[in-house]
Write a protein that binds this ligand. Sequence first.
Ligand SMILES: N[C@@H](CCC(=O)N[C@@H](CS)C(=O)NCC(=O)O)C(=O)O
Length: 229
Amino acid sequence: MQLYELELNDGRRISPFVWRVKLALAQKGIAADTIGIGFGDKDKIAFSGQGLVPVLRDGDRVVSDSWDIACYLEDQYPDTPSIFGGPVGRGLARFVARWTDITMLGNLAVLMMPCVFDHVPERDRAYFRQDREKRFGMTLEQMREDPEGKIAAFRQILLPMRVCLRDQPFLSGDAPAYADFCVFGGFIWAASVSDYKLLSNDDLLYAWRERMMGRFEALISASPGVVFT
Ligand SMILES: N[C@@H](CCC(=O)N[C@@H](CS)C(=O)NCC(=O)O)C(=O)O
């Protein structure tokens, strides 16, 4: 099995969508070779018929999009530990995945884009700047403004998860599953490019993140540059 992912300077593997898949593979105990590509290497995943990572190649099967890959792994390898916990869990995990895409990553994006840029190899910098400045309607320099305000707003939107974690150790219940992978993937993305303190030490999410880190330590520590603050 081969998993294509984004690789920036110093071997940093940053994509929050790829991390969901890597955590799912780890939970299932499925080994995959990871292949790092740059923003300018879209030709290397052209076989998938689109231009985004993650892309999974499993023998002659090719699957792209993190949600489709998660479903593929769950359905194709039913004898491995589940990442959804059944059809209802799958439906709720899809909701959390979309919430994470739109609300969590959406709130973090402007704060993180300049940090990502700092780790983009020289050859891809012009593409990244142009694409992200167009997407967000402001320059990378403008995005760098007021990090404290952005972090305060980000902490606010995490409240429902914080309250949920008063009653259970993981977002999915007693053990981590795909909903946890989605949110944790967002934190790994941030931790691999920035040293902003997104969570205070007394935040229940900080303790949850430590628990996630403990469960997936081997995977995370093998990835260069991931430092949680
Ligand atoms: N909906 C997709 C999103 C994938 C995505 O946006 N991947 C980003 C990396 S985080 C990418 O490949 N970006 C390439 C580019 O911006 O050129 C999924 O869940 O897999």
